[in-house]
Design a protein around this ligand. Sequence first.
Ligand SMILES: [Zn+2]
Ligand SMILES: [Zn+2]
Length: 378
Amino acid sequence: MKNLKCVIILFIFSNMIFSQGVKTFFESPKNVYYISSDLHIHTVFSDGVVWPTLRVDEAVRDSIDLISLTEHIEYQSHLSDIPHKNRNRSFQIAGGYVNSKPLAVVHGTEITKPMPPGHFNAIFINDANKFFDSEQKPLEFEDAIKEANNQKAFVFWNHPNWEANRSDGIAKLDPIHNKIIKEKLLHGIEVVNFDTFSEEALKIALENNLTIMGTSDVHILIEWDFNNEKESYHRPITFIMSESRSIESIKNALFDGKTFVWFRDIIIGKNENLNQVINNNFEIVAKGYNYRDRKVEILEVELINKSVAPMYLNYIGEFTFHNDYKYIELKPKSRKIIYIKTKEIKDHINLEFELLNYIIGPKTNLKTSKYLTIKSKI
Ligand SMILES: [Zn+2]
Ligand SMILES: [Zn+2]
């Protein structure tokens, strides 16, 4: 991600993603790597309709660094046609195929129970077969969650807002959820699943210090669900803000809540995480006092969006602009000149914006303040 010209090599069974060369979605600070991930995916080994290797190819096409094939333990709709006693098979097939491709596959599974408790993904497991008892029956919920934690998995709650589980679409905690949160057996929650975004799930994440997740939960082709004009132009992506590209570091970052989610045009994350994103992707440059070759008290300023997502800016400061209103849309990877009426020639100003598509809480947007030094006054 850091260097577009490098060739990428990635080993699935290795501990490091050597990805230097896939698309840069968002600029990150030095020594921080924004790992693009989709950690909720199905194949024919549960109720999806594609072979595991196709998921690898799709992820490479989408510049995804990290995926997990999270087959349902309890729900295997193609079992009579594709019998497989070994529930690690999907991961093994994808893993064997991923050599020399610019991404990693980590082992995962979906613990699938009626609501409550609902569905849960366990990522970074070692052995999916251990989620069955000696009679080959799936473990009861709490035993399955404990098994996931025994395998040191990162566990997150899937689609807590799913209308099949919650007819009002409102994510809320049942006693069993409170129990596993209290016992630290649950570490994250999907605030975005497939084509839904849940502000209630975001509230639950913030109040219970759960990691904010967004996933595709794809069952058919990614192209049919996401990469098209009709639905959305990209799959939901969770960016993991990791200190290195090692799997261990990525896993630690997930446990530490260092994520943000890109869903359609919106970016969702904890305040401190989105602050880092905006500080590294939104730049303002003061060009000087010059409007149509006149030396007047109108400051030329360039707004720069370095990211792949648009920025919907709402200026909340005291000035007014000469050609624009306070709402400004900065398209992905674009620049825009605005003229600010500062009333007098200044050597510095502060510009404050609210980012209407950067979400840090229910009905709450990120705010950012930029201090500009004006060197050239003419
Ligand atoms: Zn599910
Ligand atoms: Zn699923």
